[in-house]
Design a protein around this ligand. Structure first.
Ligand code: NAD
Ligand code: TYD
Length: 347
């Protein structure tokens, strides 16, 4: 199997590369990644394997993508490459999200078709469904109604993938997964950010009342689900992926503090995110029934492993949390500062 993984120097992509190389002796991976702020060659450290080749390139550049396909036979594409952070899409402009997440996906689709790719796997997200009320779960039939620019670009990409299948016969599948956590996650996302701040005894900035619910899945369980979908799903199908562990953010943050033996007084409620989706929860019965998938890790085990990983990989964290990251953190969180322990819901 010859797989083109895009975004394979990011969080989930690098975990997927490791998962596939260790599971299958006959797999060959071309890893195409632009190395944006979120791409990090340190995420691929220790992969010394002739079955893995890293190429720096941009999925929205026809030239970059064509060069890969001209030089390397590819039978499967797994598209992880994306601008992936909601807060950046809200505060730093949407242009780069449109370029990578929509145009980049379209470039990959067109060139995949031209070169006779047998299967195109689009890594999408539960965020395309928008927000849930106090009950129910997202199924694959839920309405697509994204509420933030990141989610809107991911939803647009899903529609382009669908159109490539319907109009041009490209063999496509889409996975929509809930919030991931695990090793190598960029510390702009909730779990690594709170872990890193707690390690340095810094404030933990919880948006609003902290009662927003996310459905957390260990990244390795996401990778095993993608592997099954890639191999066995029907052409044109869509699969939700989730671990049935939907809990409020505050509970996650308190658990991190407990694992690290730090006090809850580090928690600071700060100004809420605009358009902040209140609740995500995934119904993943389709993938469980059709493909026999289930998560291999309990939430508690996975959280302990994850926090341990950040504890034991301080240099990885420190390299990221210097330079540009300091500016990012300051710009984004400066205006959110709490005043005398109060939080500010947005109207
Ligand atoms: P990430 O931000 O950690 O990594 C994204 C990677 O894509 C980086 O290595 C970056 O350099 C690369 N990239 C960005 N723009 C590129 C471009 N134009 N060309 C080539 N490479 C480019 O993201 P992640 O958390 O690993 O997410 C991977 C995918 O999974 C994304 O498509 C995201 O929407 C989806 N997803 C993420 C989650 C989650 O909880 N993190 C949940 C569901 C779905
Ligand atoms: P995040 O990890 O950014 O993922 P997503 O927005 O894709 O769900 O955020 C997860 C939840 O944590 C979300 O409800 C926003 C919240 N959050 C905070 O409360 N404080 C923070 O500093 C961050 C980054 C997120």
């Amino acid at each position: 199997m010859k797989i083109l993984v895009t975004g394979g120097a990011g969080f989930i992509g690098s975990n997927f590369v490791r998962y596939m190389l260790s599971k299958y002796p006959d797999v060959n991976i071309i890893n195409l990644d632009a190395l944006t702020y979120a791409g990090n060659l340190e995420n691929l450290a220790g992969i010394d394997d002739r079955r893995h080749m890293f190429i720096r390139g941009d999925i929205s550049s026809v030239e970059d993508v064509e060069t890969v396909f001209k030089k390397h036979p590819v039978d499967t594409v797994v598209n992880f490459a994306a601008e992936s952070h909601v807060d950046r899409s809200l505060h730093f402009g949407t242009q780069i999200f449109i370029k990578t997440n929509i145009s980049g996906t379209q470039v990959l689709l067109d060139i995949s078709r031209h070169y006779g790719v047998k299967r195109f796997v689009q890594i999408s997200t539960d965020e395309v469904y928008g927000s849930l009320g106090s009950s129910g779960k997202f199924t694959e039939k839920s309405i697509i109604q994204p509420n933030n620019p990141y989610a809107a670009t991911k939803a647009s990409a899903d529609f382009m993938v669908r159109a490539a299948g319907k109009s041009h016969g490209l063999n496509t599948v889409i996975t929509r997964c809930s919030n991931n956590f695990g090793p190598y996650q960029f510390p702009e996302k909730l779990i690594p950010l709170m872990t890193a701040n707690a390690l340095e005894n810094k404030d933990l900035p919880v948006y609003g009342d902290g009662m927003h619910v996310r459905d957390w899945i260990y990244v390795v369980d996401h990778c095993s689900a993608i592997d099954l979908v890639m191999r066995y799903a029907e052409d044109g199908s869509i699969y939700n992926i989730g671990s049935d562990h939907d809990v409020p953010n505050l509970e996650i943050v308190k658990l991190i503090l407990k694992i690290l033996g730090k006090p809850d007084t580090l928690i600071k409620h700060v100004l809420d995110r605009p358009g902040h989706d209140r609740r995500y929860a995934m119904d993943s019965s389709k993938i469980r029934k059709d493909l026999g998938w289930k998560p291999a890790y309990s939430f508690e085990e996975a959280m302990n492993k994850t926090v341990d990983w950040y504890l034991n990989n301080r240099p990885w964290l420190e390299h990221i949390r210097s330079g540009e990251y300091v500016k990012y953190y300051d710009t984004l969180y400066r205006d959110r500062l709490p005043v005398s322990g109060k939080y500010f819901p947005r109207n």
